[in-house]
Design a protein around this ligand. Structure first.
Ligand code: KIV
Length: 281
C-alpha cells in the first residue's frame, strides 16, 4: 500500500505513540518534492522565505501575496506531508475577523492543510477563532522572529525563571485554544522538556533541545544555501552552495572556451535541407 497523506490526527497521535516528528521548510515545487520524497511528516512554507529566498533583512515585510504564491508551488510537490502555511506579520494581528479571512486564504487559494502563527497567551483567542472556523492551527512560541525586535533580537528566550514560566503559560494557553501542535524556538533544552511534558499536543523544537516531540529546521540552513546568519541550533548536513558554485563556474568556463554546447547538446540538419537553405539565402 502507498504512503498515505498525513493528517492533523496523525500528528497528534505521534505524541501518544512516542514517535518523533520531522518537519522542514520548503518554498517552491522542487523542494516540496524533495521534502515529500525524504518522508517528512510536515512541511512548513515558512515566512523565513523573506530572508532565505527573497533576501530581506527580516520576515516583517513578507505579505499574504508572497506566501500564497510560494504555498501553491510547494503544495504541488507535497503529496504526503502535512503542508502548513506560515501566517505573515500583520495578517492575524489586527483583528480576529481578518485573521480568519487570511487563514482561509491559505486553505482556499494556497491548498494548505493547516496554518501556523506566532504568539502565546495574547493570541489564544485568535487561535480559538481560526480553529472554530475549521482550520487547523500550529502555534509558535519562544523566539518569535516576526517580533524579534521587541524581544531584543534573535536571542535565546526563557533564560530566567519568570520568562521561562511565561513560555510554559503560552504553551498551555495554545493547547487550550486548540492548536494541533506548536513550534518552540530558541529556549534552553530543560525548558523544552518541561513544555513538552506540560502539554498533550506535539511540541516541535528548533533550538529547544532533544527532549521534545519533533524537530524543524529551515531547509536552506541545513543544506548550506543560506549562510548570511547561521544560528547555533542549525546542523548543516551538506553544502549545496559549494556544489552549485562549482557547476556554475564550470559552465562559465565551457561557454568561454567554446566547449559547451558539444555535439551531444546540438541538433542536426539533414545535408539536403542545408544545401537547399544555402541556395535560398
Ligand atoms: O518561518 C519559518 O521558517 C519558521 C521556522 C523557523 C519554524 O517559522
Amino acid at each position: 500500500m502507498g504512503r498515505a497523506k498525513t493528517t492533523v490526527k496523525d500528528i497528534r497521535q505521534a505524541k501518544i505513540a512516542e514517535r518523533k516528528l520531522a518537519m522542514c521548510t520548503a518554498y517552491d515545487y522542487p523542494f516540496g518534492l524533495l521534502a515529500d520524497e525524504a518522508g517528512m511528516d510536515m512541511v512548513l512554507v515558512g515566512d523565513s522565505l523573506g530572508m532565505v529566498v527573497m533576501g530581506m533583512e527580516s520576515t516583517v515585510a513578507v505579505t499574504m501575496e508572497h506566501m500564497i504564491h510560494h504555498v501553491r508551488a510547494v503544495v504541488r510537490g507535497c503529496y504526503h506531508p502535512l503542508v502548513i502555511g506560515d501566517m505573515p506579520f500583520m495578517s492575524y494581528n489586527i483583528s480576529i475577523a481578518e485573521a480568519i479571512h487570511n487563514a482561509g486564504r491559505f486553505m482556499k487559494e494556497g491548498g494548505c492543510d493547516a496554518v501556523k502563527l506566532e504568539g502565546g497567551v495574547d493570541f489564544a483567542p485568535t487561535v480559538t477563532a481560526i480553529v472554530k472556523a475549521g482550520i487547523p492551527v500550529q502555534g509558535h512560541i519562544g523566539l518569535t522572529p516576526q517580533t524579534a525586535s521587541a524581544l531584543g533580537g534573535f536571542k535565546l528566550q526563557g533564560r530566567d525563571a519568570a520568562a521561562a514560566k511565561q513560555i510554559v503559560e503560552d504553551a498551555l494557553a495554545l493547547e487550550k485554544a486548540g492548536v494541533f501542535s506548536m513550534v518552540l524556538e530558541a529556549v534552553p533544552a530543560p525548558l523544552g522538556q518541561i513544555v513538552t511534558n506540560a502539554v498533550s499536543v506535539p511540541v516541535i523544537g528548533i533550538g529547544a533541545g532533544a527532549d521534545v516531540d519533533g524537530q524543524v529546521l529551515v531547509t536552506h540552513d541545513m543544506v548550506g544555501l543560506f549562510d548570511k546568519f547561521v544560528p547555533k541550533f542549525v546542523k548543516q548536513y551538506t553544502n549545496i552552495r559549494e556544489t552549485i558554485l562549482t557547476a556554475l563556474g564550470a559552465y562559465k568556463k565551457d561557454v568561454q572556451t567554446g566547449t559547451f554546447p558539444g555535439p551531444e547538446q546540438s541538433f542536426e540538419m539533414p545535408e539536403e535541407t542545408l544545401q537547399q537553405l544555402k541556395k535560398m539565402i
